[in-house]
Ligand binder design. Structure first.
Ligand code: SF4
Length: 297
């Protein structure tokens, strides 16, 4: 497989066929993010795509296990126009005719760029399970982090996906509001989730990676990170305040989370809340500092 630079995929796609269709992120400017600093956004040429598809097809044929799902990388494949996406899907299906689902990261601005007809067409072509990085439910945090979108836009575009029947997965990071705002931030995330109704809510935790603008903000006093206890409290507030979404998966087993958990709101919320409450009650700062680090994704 020929690929460019460091590749990222959501943990929930660990068993999915991964195919790099673009490199980098069109925005590449969130203050906390170090994911695609090694590349400028561009499309992967068809020659490379065909090489990779042929190679993967050979493996599928040997094991007689055709792929039905693909996760398209890198950060922003949904920024391609609906026509471009359709071309890519046709190319993939030429080698993998059983393909049913095309999943990928999607930015709010890339959904906004598409008409309702585009979204319905993409749904019919197999687009589902779009991963959307909301990170926070607070407008001032989105602005400070330079996320490039607003809360109002986020809600409107997620609702358009729901109307088009495209499933989507909401990504949030605990701690993005900084010190002293756990309850406010947790309530805002829960409120946003209640409005956008994703299929999965994925909770990770903010990490201050070296050489990011956010690392400089911390050094120069513009951002004070939340304490670990505040991060756990924020997670608890989110979980307590999600309403009417019993089928939604609450996936908080990210490598950056101190209290990993994974369950469905209707079936599993009680034990997840008990686990969080116990973790908060028994939290020992010294042991946490000794045993837990957040230095890589
Ligand atoms: S967080 Fe997502 S949108 Fe922001 S720079 Fe990183 S990859 Fe791009």
């Amino acid at each position: 497989m020929k690929t460019e630079g460091t590749l990222y995929r959501p943990p929930l796609e660990a068993k999915t066929f991964l195919l790099q269709v673009t490199a980098g992120c069109t925005h590449n400017a969130c203050r906390f993010c170090n994911m695609y600093k090694d590349k400028q956004f561009h499309m992967i040429d068809d020659e490379t795509l065909i090489h990779n598809l042929q190679e993967e097809k050979r493996i599928c044929d040997i094991y007689e296990r055709p792929h039905k799902r693909v996760f398209l990388m890198d950060g922003d494949v949904f920024s391609l126009s609906a026509d471009r996406l359709e071309e890519k899907f046709q190319l993939i299906r030429r080698y993998m005719p059983a393909m049913e689902t095309f999943s990928m990261y999607a930015a709010i601005r890339s959904i906004k760029d598409k008409s309702d007809d585009d979204l319905r067409r993409l749904k019919n072509l197999g687009v589902n399970d779009l991963y959307i990085g909301y990170e926070s439910g607070l407008d001032d945090v989105l602005e400070f982090m330079n996320k490039g979108t607003s809360l109002a836009d986020s809600i409107e575009q997620a609702q358009r996906l729901n109307e088009a029947g495209i499933r989507h997965r909401a990504l949030f990071m605990l701690g993005t509001a900084g010190k002293g705002r756990a309850e406010e931030s947790g309530l805002a995330v829960a409120d946003l989730v209640n409005k956008i109704k994703p299929d999965v809510t994925r909770i990770a935790t903010l990490s201050i990676f070296p050489e990011t603008p956010l690392a400089r903000d911390v050094e120069e006093g513009r951002f004070e990170p939340a304490s670990e206890l505040e991060i756990l409290m924020e997670e608890k507030v989110i979980l307590e305040n999600i309403k009417d979404l019993p089928e939604m998966r609450f996936w908080a087993s990210h490598i950056l989370n101190y209290a990993p958990m994974d369950g469905f709101i209707g079936r599993d919320r009680d034990w997840m809340l008990k686990k969080l409450t116990r973790t908060i009650d028994e939290f020992d700062e010294a042991s946490f500092r000794k045993n837990f680090t957040r230095n890589q994704l």
